[in-house]
Design a protein around this ligand. Structure first.
Ligand code: 3HC
Length: 677
């Protein structure tokens, strides 16, 4: 857990708890014992604390937050560091996060390697820093800078930290940090305690900060707690401020928001793991990627690889489409550069890696080929058949389809083991989610490569089995059916969507259909009106692109209730002979949200998703499910599955002839067991 080395009169304490040197109970005990020893050992004149491996510390052990924490707690340990009568130097490198930074703040002096990233990301877990961070950081760098760091949760670089006064000096590099820290410690005569300083600030600052942030979506309980805690640092002596901080921490850590945020933290990491892969599975190496189709998806997908320095061959059938596609890629990069997030050189480097061509044969050089043409099985099968004759042995053949059968495409080749789905979400250069679709015959190393390459380009990959719509889009279907049926029965689009937006989703099912296109799958015969969608389409209300769908849209694509859409819906209802009725918010929740949970449970029992938390990750990163609500499966577990099953049963006669309860959902509800194991 720790190592200690005496270098003449400097005691070096090395935290050794891979992979992230989390400050769990064992580490805390060992550190406390080493500090107590050092205090009484006359041979020790100064102490250096550093971390073994690539980082100093990722902070408190988050897995401990669910139970009671063993003694000594992290706050006591940090107090002990600060109270030490011999100078303590924190020698920090890599990630220095949460409790890791708090140990450094308790230390009397700080030396950082240039690769150090210092931050208090606790808010991202729905808590305030709980080991003195809210009290000592303001005393060290001022309340304003401290609050900005604490509320954002974003780390600062070593250079910035030095400028802010957060570290005293920079080491040459991570390798020389230990030696330079020991040499530094030798020069120090006495402790210098941050807790003894004052944190002053203009008293009006906090009111202004609260007012500026009040309306922000990401401004949750934890952010409010941070303001309170930092304010306490400016008003109270350290010990009283620490008591305030501890109270806020204890209250938040057991709250729903923090539980959900912690769930998603671990869910995201679990999703990266593929169950049942042979242990020695090695991903194939990918040096060049091919993309078929230079449309919106093809271009966006290509940008991910270009930005990661991976060359891309992009193929189109017409020069005009190719030029348009590559032009959009360049325009997107230039827009990012104009915002100062890329240099002109970076734009040119990315573009120089793009090889546009009309020659399909050029794909023979690629190690991974992703088709991103429109959703038509015959076309996709033809492409896979052609790829089979061109691609080099061992090349991975992927489809970006959002719902079609990967196995059918694989069957068009003689190498189904090399085929998988890589379902990017639109806009593909921005959205983090990739569903990595495992076909019936996808080889383990092909799946592992899909996961690895997605991570390499900064995506969050989730494995899905083959089914119509995979994990995410499959769950959209029952909620969309419910939403549209309720319009016919008497609800307005606003009523239906509000239930989702009040939960925190960025848009409701009808707003989402407006975004995707009301006319998707439309037969294009305006005289044939068999559904509300047909009626809207016949009137040219195809969604956002027509500035008219279930809603009216302004220039900035903001929705407003639409009298014209209401008239069309009313007309269709009258024609269908339906008498409108009041539809309650509960019914809307059941028919748009609970049905999704039910579909998610089916996805689980059919082994389409590996685990419930993977479904939550899909909904977080693909559809904007609010992180502080964890994801649909976690949300359902928290609510109680019995309530969901009961409501679905009560409304069963309104859920359509295709609805059936998931046996897994019913079983879990009866046993009081969660979906997320
Ligand atoms: N506690 C427990 N486990 C942790 C952890 C932590 N603080 N940080 C990471 N882990 C685990 C991960 O779950 C993962 O486990 P797995 O291998 O079983 O999936 C493993 O360590 C490796 O993590 P990553 O895959 O995230 O490793 P990376 O190298 O990509 O990133 C990191 C390292 C930047 C440190 C990242 O893990 C991270 O951001 N960790 C969380 C940091 C954080 O939020 N710290 C604050 C903790 S709360 C706190 O300190 C409260 C205090 O104020 C009282």
């Amino acid at each position: 857990m720790i190592e200690t080395n005496l270098h003449d009169n400097v005691l070096e304490i090395v935290i050794t708890n891979p992979p992230v040197n989390a400050l769990g109970a064992d580490v805390r005990c060992a550190l406390a014992a080493a500090l107590a020893d050092a205090q009484t050992n006359d041979a020790v004149k100064a102490i250096v604390i550093r971390g073994a491996g690539k980082i100093f510390s990722g902070g408190a052990d988050i897995t401990e937050f669910d139970g009671t924490m063993a003694e000594p707690g992290l706050p006591e340990l940090v107090n002990m560091v600060e109270a030490c009568t011999k100078p303590v130097v924190a020698a920090i490198h890599g990630s220095v996060l949460g409790g890791g930074l708090e140990i450094s703040l308790g230390s009397h002096y700080r030396i950082a390697a240039p690769d150090a990233e210092l931050g208090l990301p606790e808010v991202l877990l729905g808590i305030v820093p709980g080991a003195g961070g809210t009290q000592r950081l303001p005393r060290l760098i001022g309340a304003e800078a401290a609050l900005n760091m604490i509320v954002s949760g974003s780390p600062v670089s070593a250079t910035k930290a030095e400028k802010m006064g957060l570290v005293d000096r920079l080491a040459t590099d991570a390798a020389s940090l230990p030696g330079e820290a020991i040499a530094y410690a030798r020069t120090l005569d006495a402790p210098r305690r941050t807790g003894e300083r004052d944190a002053t600030v203009d008293p009006a600052f906090f009111e202004k900060f609260l007012a500026d942030n009040a309306g922000k979506k990401a401004y949750l309980d934890a952010q409010k707690g941070c303001v309170e805690a930092v304010r306490a640092a400016t008003e109270l002596p350290l010990d009283e401020g620490l008591v305030k901080e501890a109270a806020l921490f204890t209250q938040l850590v057991s709250g729903e928001q923090s539980k959900a945020l912690r769930h998603i933290f671990f869910a995201e990491r679990k999703a990266a793991k593929v169950d049942g892969l042979p242990k020695d599975t090695q991903p194939r190496s990918i040096a060049r990627v091919g993309v078929i189709g230079a449309g919106t998806m093809g271009g966006g997908i290509s940008m991910n690889f270009l930005s990661a320095g991976i060359p891309v061959t992009i193929v189109e059938t017409q020069q005009e489409a190719l030029d348009r596609g590559t032009g959009i890629v360049r325009k997107n990069y230039e827009a990012t550069a104009a915002k100062g997030r890329l240099t002109p050189e970076q734009v040119e480097t990315a573009m120089s890696l793009l090889a546009p061509t009309l020659d399909f044969e050029a794909l023979s050089e690629c190690d991974l080929i992703i088709e991103a043409v429109y959703e038509n099985m015959d076309l996709k099968k033809e492409i896979f058949g052609r790829l089979d004759t061109i691609a080099k042995p061992g090349a991975i053949l992927a489809s970006n389809t959002s719902f079609l059968d990967i196995d059918e495409m694989a069957a068009a080749t003689k190498r189904p083991q090399d085929v998988l789905g890589l379902h990017f979400f639109s806009p593909a250069n921005i959205m983090k989610l990739v569903e990595v679709v495992r076909g019936a015959q996808t080889a383990p190393d092909v799946l592992a490569t899909g996961m690895a390459i997605a991570r390499r380009i900064g995506k969050v990959p989730v494995v899905s089995g083959v089914c119509y719509g995979f994990i995410g889009n499959r769950m959209l279907n029952p909620r969309l059916d419910g939403a549209i049926d309720m319009l016919v029965e008497g609800a307005t689009p606003e009523q239906v969507d509000r239930v989702s937006t009040e939960l925190g989703l960025p848009m409701g099912p009808l707003q989402m259909l407006d975004l995707a296109g009301v006319d998707i799958g439309w037969h294009r015969d305006p005289t044939r009106i068999e559904s509300v969608r047909d009626a809207l389409n016949a009137a040219g209300r195809w969604g956002q692109k027509a500035k008219a769908g279930f809603y009216d849209y302004d220039e900035r694509r903001r929705p407003a209730p639409s009298p014209a859409a209401a008239e069309i819906i009313d007309g269709f209802r009258a024609q269908a002979g339906v008498t409108p009725r009041e539809i309650s918010a509960e019914e809307i929740a059941v028919r748009t949200l609970y049905v999704m949970v039910n579909e998610g449970a089916k996805i689980l029992e059919e082994d389409i998703a590996q685990r419930a938390s993977d479904i939550d990750v899909v909904w977080n990163y693909g559809y904007g499910w609010p992180r502080h609500k964890g994801g649909p499966m976690f949300w359902a577990d928290q609510m109680g599955l019995d309530k969901i099953v009961d409501a679905l049963r009560r409304y069963a006669d309104r859920l359509g002839p295709d609805f059936s309860l998931s046996p897994l959902l019913v079983r879990c509800a009866e046993q009081g067991a969660p979906l997320d194991k």
